[in-house]
Design a protein. Structure first.
Ligand SMILES: Cc1cc2nc3c(=O)[nH]c(=O)nc-3n(C[C@H](O)[C@H](O)[C@H](O)COP(=O)(O)OP(=O)(O)OC[C@H]3O[C@@H](n4cnc5c(N)ncnc54)[C@H](O)[C@@H]3O)c2cc1C
Ligand code: SF4
Length: 326
């Protein structure tokens, strides 16, 4: 049986107190929210903090509100509450679909949006016991000096948070607070292409929440995810598409994000050139081709990357069909 290591649990009731505790304990401390990812990782000895600073008693992180042009989603909101919220389901269907497809129902009650955003990257050579990893000589991300996937000195463990692709296509910004003040970061700046730590969060900084622009009524967005067991598993591939066309089927906005590939979610580039074109089968084929280009799965997850790669165009087509004008 895997056991938790010893640690001290501190439970501040305000963001200011949490920041003070993080500053006081420095690299000995880690943040814990729902604990649904961190606790298994502690059992696998992937981290060994002396202190866990819990965010679960901080009510100010659990707020969610419609601010008119944007929505505020607090980092401490549970995935269950967000996924089941009828208003959010109407406004951000791709996001609630993704949140409702994370882990299992019990996890979603405990798990938070902030924890999902800051989820550690995953790899078949990393999410293993200490004994397993040691037998292989460890790896670059933890205790070793080489990468078994890329062969070199770069970790390409997969960003596996299902909330990221929909938040990217909706144009969300991550709001953080730390020793250097408050920051508002677009999602593509929040994530960095380094599997060892794939966010730009600084030491002692925490995520307060997300500000997501309220979409026009003509925006359509959808999310799709590949996993072994639909009831519980992490993504092997996940994707969100947002498409807005006017009443003459002319494309006004198009955004695609694909993840569970490498360390950073892939925001499909070069889609702007399709703005102003009329939506039809020919344009759909061009968009699929473009999305396929940068979406290359690696051997970082325990499944055949060729299969994941073959599913990229299938997913894009399904999602575009779901979002296309009638
Ligand atoms: C069986 C199983 C299946 C899973 N399936 C999925 C899945 O399908 N998709 C998926 O995306 N995830 C999955 N997960 C992972 C996890 O349940 C979710 O990602 C969850 O949203 C994590 O949130 P949490 O609040 O529990 O985070 P925690 O485990 O508490 O924390 C995760 C990380 O985020 C950091 N953190 C938490 N909150 C903040 C904050 N506000 N600011 C800065 N850092 C913070 C923590 O320090 C830690 O590093 C699964 C987990 C399990 C055990
Ligand atoms: S991608 Fe390479 S370095 Fe990163 S966790 Fe996997 S094996 Fe380790």
């Amino acid at each position: 049986m895997l056991r938790l290591p010893e640690f001290e649990l501190l439970s501040p009731s305000s963001v200011d107190d949490a920041l003070a505790l993080l500053a006081e304990h420095g690299s000995d401390a880690m943040i814990i929210a729902g604990g649904t990812d961190l606790l298994p990782n502690l059992k696998h000895q992937l981290f060994s903090p002396k202190v866990l600073v819990s965010l679960s008693a901080i009510d100010e992180l659990k707020t969610m509100r419609n601010e008119g042009e944007t929505w505020w989603l607090g980092a401490g909101c549970s995935l269950h509450d967000l996924a089941e919220n009828a208003e959010l389901q109407m406004v951000f269907p791709a996001l609630t679909e993704a949140l409702g497809a994370i882990a299992g129902p019990h996890h979603r009650v405990m798990a938070t949006l902030g924890g999902n955003l800051c989820l550690d990257t995953r790899c078949v050579y990393y999410n293993q016991t200490q004994f397993w990893r040691e037998a292989l000589g460890f790896c670059l991300k933890k205790d070793g000096d080489t990468c078994h996937v890329a062969g070199g000195r770069k970790c390409v463990a997969a960003a596996s948070n299902d909330s990221a692709p929909p938040l990217i296509v909706y144009g969300a910004k991550v709001e953080t607070l730390g020793p250097n003040g408050r920051r508002s970061l677009p999602m593509d700046q929040f994530y960095v292409p380094d599997g060892i730590k794939n966010t730009c969060l600084e030491a002692g900084e925490l995520v307060l929440g997300l500000r997501v622009p309220t979409p026009n009524s003509s925006v359509r967005a959808a999310f799709h995810k590949l996993r072994r067991r639909d009831a519980i598993d992490f993504p092997l591939l996940n994707m969100a598409v947002l498409l807005e066309c006017d009443d003459k089927r002319v494309v006004q906005r198009l955004s695609i994000a694909v993840s569970a590939l490498a360390a950073r979610p892939n925001i499909v580039r070069g889609l702007d050139k399709f703005l102003g074109e009329t939506w039809d089968d020919e344009l759909e084929a061009k968009v699929i081709k473009r999305a396929q280009k940068g979406s290359i799965p690696l051997t970082n997850l325990a499944t055949d990357p060729a299969w994941r790669r073959a599913l990229v165009p299938v997913f894009v087509k399904r999602l575009l069909n779901a979002c296309a004008p009638d």
